[in-house]
Ligand binder design. Structure first.
Ligand code: ADP
Length: 442
């Protein structure tokens, strides 16, 4: 910009300075829309007689010219119009693929005679009243042999009209605009292709991660069942039972991964169903801890809920899934063991459940990414089984209950995962002992 002011415009030919102005304007445009607006604005400034300008692009599907940008006219109103081939000035320029000069008010009026009444209404509204341009100049936007649109300049005020001499410069500038618009279109296409490729890359990364995850249990299942089937070996009953137990466990793991995948695609498709019912969280938490206990002898568990913890309305199966996932993670990601604390608190209009561990922790830059699908903190990926789907599923479940989920952590010290569930509805009326009994003993 400062360069521009250091070149005395008087020293340059009109053509060169126009070219400079327009190409600078085009170079700074960020998208097709602003490119068109910038171009029309620059051209109206460059051509003395011009008081208004319209840039329209041809739409193959609609078989019509659609206004992209305008100066002098309100573009938002003008964009409602579609000009057919040969309709009005732009339509004629498009049909001929040739520049056309309309040097007098009569010539302009004659060319505009066939404009569809509805389009005329839009034009008048967009101009803030009826205007009778005194002269006009239209050039096609050409790319090679193809005409992609029309650039139209109009003179509204008295003064010198457009002349034949204006045509070459406007045509040259229009080619520049056409090129820039095409470049923008290509860039948008490249961006789209890149996004698809990235998505594909992600998908294939994920597929290979999943294949790896599934291969480990499959290898065990295959190994132990092949061993059991060996006719030449008579396994002792205890060994047989052990092999079968391993096969059983590994099948569960496989089932878990497949279940996560299915669930995750259901959530993606917006088909997560929640069936809320009165739920007592302390009891649910203790039940899950009892289960998880069996998988580890390195961890100690504490479940801490204040007395008279309120009943919430929530889908028991789903909340079980969330809490179980958090507890399993607490165990998985504290390989040296330690204390795992499940705590319940009552907050403002909500309950807050947390699961704290003394494990490997999470680096601050990863804290926000944990809930992305397939995200796994790098240093752990290799050693710990998982799909990177558990937390995103948990988040979807909690959010569809109207709650929030988040994590706090210190790398190397441990992590705490929190989720909230709103109080209200059924849980608002103070639950009686009777209901407690009804729900949990029944
Ligand atoms: P998965 O455990 O199957 O990888 P999750 O979605 O449950 O998938 O967890 C995503 C990632 O978040 C894990 O791979 C791990 O890096 C991190 N993470 C989850 N829970 C913990 C935790 N308690 N401590 C440390 N890191 C955790």
């Amino acid at each position: 910009m400062s360069e521009e002011s250091t070149i005395p415009v008087g020293q340059l030919s009109r053509e060169l300075s126009a070219l400079l102005t327009v190409s600078r304007a085009l170079a700074t445009a960020a998208d097709l829309q602003s490119l068109c607006t910038t171009a029309v604005e620059a051209l109206v400034n460059v051509f003395e007689p011009a008081d208004a300008g319209i840039l329209s692009l041809w739409g193959e599907r609609e078989q019509a010219l659609a206004v992209q940008a305008a100066i002098g006219y309100d573009p938002a109103i003008l964009r409602r119009s579609r000009f057919r081939k040969s309709e009005g000035i732009s339509g004629k320029v498009f049909a001929d693929s040739e520049p056309r000069l309309f040097p007098t008010p009569q010539a302009v009026a004659a060319a505009r005679e066939d404009i569809h009444p509805e389009n005329m209404v839009h034009m008048e509204k967009a101009a803030g009243g009826v205007v009778h341009p005194r002269s006009a100049l239209g050039v096609p936007l050409m790319l090679g042999d193809e005409t992609s649109g029309v650039l139209l300049l109009e003179q509204w005020q008295p003064g010198p009209a457009f002349t034949e001499a204006d045509i070459p410069l406007l045509q040259a500038l229009a080619s520049l605009v056409a090129l820039a618009a095409d470049r923008m279109r290509l860039l948008a296409e490249v961006e789209r292709t890149r996004a698809v490729a990235k998505d594909d890359h992600l998908k294939s990364e994920l597929l290979s991660a999943l294949a790896h995850e599934m291969r480990t249990p499959l290898a065990s299942i295959k190994g132990y069942s092949t061993a059991l089937l060996m006719e030449e070996i008579q396994w002792e009953p205890a060994k047989q039972a052990e092999f079968l137990r391993i096969i059983d466990e590994e099948t569960d793991k496989l089932e878990g991964i497949i279940g996560d995948l299915l669930e995750s695609s259901m959530i993606e498709a917006g088909r997560l169903e929640i069936k809320p019912e009165p739920l007592l969280l302390p009891r649910l938490a203790r039940g899950i801890v009892d289960d998880v206990l069996h998988y580890t002898d390195k961890h100690r568990f504490v479940v801490s809920f204040p007395p008279h913890f309120p009943i919430v309305d929530a889908d028991p199966r789903r909340i079980h899934q969330v809490l179980r996932n958090l507890l399993e993670n607490a165990v998985k990601y504290s390989p040296h063991g330690g204390l795992v604390v499940v705590r319940g608190e009552v907050g403002q209009g909500e309950v807050i459940i947390s699961v704290a561990d003394q494990g490997v922790g999470i680096a601050p830059e990863n804290l926000n990414r944990l809930f992305e699908r397939f995200f796994r903190a790098r240093e752990l990926e290799e050693h710990v089984a998982g799909s990177g789907l558990g937390l995103p599923i948990a988040q979807a479940i909690v959010q569809s209950h109207g709650g929030r989920i988040w994590a706090e952590s210190k790398l190397g010290k441990g992590s705490t995962f929190y989720f909230t569930l709103p109080l209200g509805g059924l849980s608002a009326d103070l639950e009686s002992e009777e209901r407690n009994r009804e729900v949990f003993d029944g």
